[in-house]
Design a protein around this ligand. Structure first.
Ligand code: UD1
Length: 416
């Protein structure tokens, strides 16, 4: 298994480009299932999760063609509405095939994702919503077996705010008969990106980006050409990497309007930030100030940036409290950060981080995607060499991370 070796203590300086958003690309790839016509996507990041989704779609009979950042998809030959456990267990977002398959093909067999390292993560809200639209669903040998002649519009109120749940129901509703109203919908920018694509394909959607989304079903959708939005979590991660090293970086294509709270916290930590049309410029002080935070659905602080901010707080001046409200087991990076010398106390969903003057390189283990990113950030600051094992997690969600960090002056190499 590949490892990363990072020699800490080098300030990040320079310019890199932000890639297309993983969490927008995954639902948008699944939207190809909704039409017989060609979907041409641009700015699709090269990531393990994207490759997994393309394999799942190919198995279903979708023609997939990739050239660099462009992907063309044609689901005219869709003939196998089946997402096997072997894929779904590696990527929970595979569940995003369920809604579009039911809407256009009328049947689907998709593995239940089961738990993952950061928590139980059930999909009951996806199922409840599709049942409200008239789907017949039962669970058999770990699979969701779903059938529907034509889905019917319904009023759906989700018990909690769920991102992929909202996306699945939105994709199901665009081809349903009549109006669907999704209340308590997630408001993440990736949902707006998916809605914009669906509208371009001929869907009638109002309110994406608010907590009430109204969808008037249409009979068919057509093909489209669409460029995926830049990745706000990748942006936030490189901003943190620059901040912890006292760096000075410009992130091309970074979009500031979807990062408000993350930028606010970096300002509170003492960074100077300039927002430009072409991207975001950050200059960091020699030592950051501790910043407390609480994760919650968008537009509040994203759970996907919690681990990276724990790394910043580990060496900041002062004490920070971090409260995780989305996932029940999302502090696994804390014990690894402690191996580098961080002073962190965990009490259920709360962490208290006392900033220390220095971290020292050590061997650590990546446990999930964003936890891995926090270890990379801490390693860039730690004195000496840090070895990060199990970095396949990083490859799921960060395009060319070593190359991008090297371009900013980090001493980082992959050992195969
Ligand atoms: C998405 C993101 C992930 C991010 C998360 C929260 C993608 C591909 N992934 O994951 O990066 O960390 O949002 O911002 O976009 N829940 C239920 N029942 C359900 C659905 C969700 O109980 O049917 C719970 C989950 O266990 C979790 C919370 O609701 O505690 C939010 O989860 P959700 O928004 O669904 O996360 P994902 O869409 O899986």
């Amino acid at each position: 298994m590949d490892k990363l070796k990072i020699e800490g203590g080098h300030s990040l300086k320079g310019e890199i480009e932000i890639s297309g958003a993983k969490n927008a690309a995954l639902p948008i790839l699944c939207a190809c299932l909704l039409t017989q016509e060609l979907l041409e996507l641009e700015n699709v990041p090269h990531l393990q999760d994207v490759e997994t989704m393309l394999k799942i779609l190919e198995h279903m009979g979708v023609g997939c063609f990739r050239e660099k950042q462009k992907v063309s998809l044609n689901a005219a030959g869709l003939n196998n509405p089946y997402a096997a456990y072997q894929w779904v267990k590696t990527m929970r977002a595979s569940i995003l095939t369920l809604g579009p398959l039911l809407a256009r093909y009328g049947e689907a067999k998709v593995s239940l994702p089961g738990g993952c390292a950061i928590g139980a993560r059930p999909v009951d809200q996806h199922i409840k919503g599709l049942e409200a639209m008239g789907a017949e669903i039962h669970l058999e040998e770990g699979y969701i077996i779903a059938r529907a002649k034509r889905l019917k519009g319904a009023r759906i109120f989700t018990d909690m705010v769920t991102v992929t749940g909202t996306e699945n129901l939105m994709m199901a509703a665009v081809l349903a008969e009549g109006e669907t109203v999704i209340e308590n919908a997630a408001r993440e920018p990736e949902i707006v990106d998916l809605a914009n694509l669906l509208i371009q394909m001929g869907a009638q959607i109002n309110g994406a980006g608010t907590d009430i989304i109204r969808i008037e079903g249409v009979k068919t959708l057509h093909g489209a050409r669409y460029a995926i939005m830049p990745d706000r979590i990748e942006t936030g991660t490189y901003l943190c990497a620059a901040a912890i090293t006292g760096g000075d970086v410009f992130l091309r294509r970074a979009r500031n309007t979807i990062l408000d709270i993350v930028l606010d916290k970096l300002l509170d930590a003492g960074c100077t930030i300039h927002l430009e049309n072409a991207g975001i410029h950050l200059k960091a002080p020699p030592r950051l100030k501790a910043v407390s935070l609480r994760t919650a659905p968008y537009p509040a602080f994203p759970t996907d940036m919690q681990a990276q901010f724990m790394a910043l707080n580990a060496v900041a001046e002062g004490v920070a409290t971090i409260r995780e409200t989305i996932f029940e087991n999302r502090f696994m990076h804390a014990v690894e950060l402690m191996r580098l010398g961080a002073d962190i106390q965990i009490d259920g969903a709360n962490a208290t981080v006392h900033g220390v003057a220095r971290l020292l390189g050590a061997s650590v283990m990546a446990t999930d995607l964003r936890a891995s990113a926090s270890l990379v950030i801490a390693a860039l600051k730690a004195e000496g060499e840090t070895t990060i094992e199990r970095i396949y997690h990083l490859d799921r969600g960060y395009e060319q991370m070593e190359q991008k960090l090297s371009a900013l002056g980090a001493q980082i190499k992959r050992v195969r």
